[in-house]
Design a protein around this ligand. Sequence first.
Ligand code: 13P
Length: 251
Amino acid sequence: MAAPRRVLIVGNWKMNGSRQSKQELEAMVKGLNPAFSSVADIMVCPPAILLAELAGGAVSPIRFGGQDCHHNASGAHTGDISAEMLKESGADSVILGHSERRADHGEGDAIVHAKVKAAWRAGLLPIVCVGETLEQRDADEAAAVVARQVRQSIPEGATGENLVVAYEPIWAIGTGRTPTPEDVAQVHASIRHVLNERFGEEGEKIRILYGGSVKPENAKTLLAVANVDGALVGGASLKAEDFLGIAHAAL
Ligand code: 13P
């Protein structure tokens, strides 16, 4: 039997937060069940400009990640941030290929692929996001679209230690709508199939998170679905009470 995958709960703050968010983060640290760290990981991905301040505090059970990085280590790329810079600011992970990056910045699978390599170069854990539009879901293409994104966004050499995948149906992000557990199971199985096919035994160890309107009320149900190894949480990760409600659903 394959080794169990350690649950990972990630908060993606998107373009929210300020220096005052330190208080919310402290409330998360304070409220986290002490048993949590023995069974699961918890991570916050704030805007990059807050990383150094939030991650620089006392030793905390919370890990930190960035929300994107450039594929180069440095150079003439105005407004961009490299994986190495995120690492230096206290991140150990980075979200890549989020649907908002794909939509707002025209990022396709090829650039996400290059960014995953950049994350590895800097020693960061990439969390690669994939997900279908509503039109694709209605056309029964969800599993195929997502499988293609997984094939094209992830380079050779992925392992259970150096990669996380996040399935985020675009129509479920910020809408309060979620797929049924059966639909989530189907897409996660299809992702697992591609990972196993490409990476053999390591494919079985790669964590696959679900994201899209995860709330304290639905977290337990979603986390119980086969091949759901954690959650990528947007809106509900901004408030300690909600984020902890989701995290504690993993216990
Ligand atoms: P919501 O949890 O706000 O739907 O956002 C999901 C998401 O995009 C996380 O990356």
